[in-house]
Design a protein around this ligand. Structure first.
Ligand SMILES: [Fe+2]
Length: 378
């Protein structure tokens, strides 16, 4: 092998093919293992953050940034009666679902009382505090993009930030101040055309004061969501899409996210629903709330039932899911919006030679929903 080292630790790339991507295996954690872990977390004192949480580690996951997929951390947590977490904020964003018990959830200036299966998002840098408000342990599952930030060595976290969030308060002052006097970027002017290709130039003031979308914690209360599940559950095998609702956060706009990195979807599939095999670079994690079924992931069959959680679609692994006789309700988290933001969300709906499209950057796929609706109306 020739010496590839060049001055300045540069590496000579001539004659070398790109590193082959190592697709992670699917990975399942059974409901009994989760219950046992929560039981152990309930013993002894809480952590320095006031939390009792366990991270689910995929066998291929390595520090920094332990996750069930390379970019998604999954934590199961419990708060004992009367316990409160330390107020915390970090630049990761998260999605959490309550599993049992009751709690008060405070995120930034919003506060929700939650019970089993209620879920919420926590935007980056918003202070979150959880308080168990009932006589039973409060348990939850939380998904965060912290592993990606940790791999980039840019994860920022702080506890007990000054009351009122000093930095947040200052930014609010800045926002109101800016309405009274001209903002620097207005003085600097807008984009300037350069040549005929559509290329432009932008002054520095735009980089440090980009247009922004207000991002808040939102609550998807289970009883509100459950009212809508019958509609998707009525879709049977033969429908070429997936019987689900996305828990949509409108701040994410065309990224169709629940957070800016993840979407959360609630699938309600009837008995023996079989979805088509497909693949995408976004990683998917399925948590089975009700029912049972099986998945074929990269040629391996995994049978699952209520309470199991699994990396059901490692990025770019072919996969398909089917329910058994009672159907299933499944919470899925996928880092789909993150990839739309990076223009990297390649997706193949038909793995037998169908097109590979870059979703969010071009027109995507269609389903036969219109035909199904027309047939049922006839
Ligand atoms: Fe999928």
């Amino acid at each position: 092998m020739p010496n590839r080292s060049l001055p300045g630790k540069m590496i000579d790339q001539r004659g070398f093919s790109a590193r082959e991507t190592e697709v992670w295996s699917s990975h399942m954690i059974r409901s009994g293992e989760i219950a046992e872990a929560i039981g152990m977390l309930s013993q002894g004192p809480a952590g320095r953050d006031g939390r009792r949480e366990a991270l689910v580690a995929h066998p291929s996951s390595q520090e920094p940034g332990i996750g069930l997929s390379p970019g998604i951390a999954v934590a199961f947590g419990v708060l004992l009666p009367g316990e409160t977490t330390r107020p915390r904020r970090h630049n990761a964003s998260s999605f959490t679902m309550a599993l049992s018990g009751t709690a008060k959830v405070e995120v930034g200036d919003r506060s929700f009382d939650v019970t089993a299966r209620d879920s919420w998002n926590t935007p980056g840098m918003r202070v979150e505090t959880l308080t168990n408000t009932g006589p039973e342990p409060f348990t939850y599952v939380s998904y965060s993009n912290a592993p990606l930030l940790q791999k980039l060595e840019v994860f920022y976290e702080e506890f007990d930030p000054a009351v009122g969030d000093k930095a947040v308060a200052e930014s609010e002052v800045a926002t109101s101040f800016s309405t009274k006097i001209a903002r620097a970027k207005e003085a600097a002017g807008g984009p300037v055309d350069v040549g005929e290709s559509g290329a432009m130039l932008l002054p520095y003031e735009h980089l440090i004061d980009p247009d922004f979308v207000e991002s808040h914690a939102l609550l998807w209360r289970w009883e509100d969501l459950a009212d809508h599940l019958g509609l998707v559950r009525s879709l049977t095998t033969g429908y070429t899409g997936r019987p689900l609702w996305c828990l949509y956060n409108p701040a994410t706009g065309t990224r169709n996210g629940t957070t800016f990195s993840f979407f959360a979807t609630m699938t309600a599939a009837g008995p023996n629903f079989t979805g088509p095999a497909h693949k995408h670079v976004s990683a998917a994690i399925n948590y089975i709330l009700d029912g049972s079924g099986y998945s074929i992931v990269d040629g391996v069959r995994l049978d699952w039932e209520a309470g199991d959680i699994m990396l059901s679609a490692p990025g770019w692994a072919p996969h398909g899911h089917a329910t058994k006789g009672e159907g299933a309700v499944i919470l899925t988290i996928q880092d789909h919006p993150l990839h739309i933001g990076m223009e990297s969300l390649i997706w193949q709906e038909d793995i037998k030679g169908g097109p590979i499209l870059t979703l969010g950057s071009q027109a995507g796929f269609e389903t036969n929903l219109a035909e199904i609706r027309e047939a049922s109306d006839a």
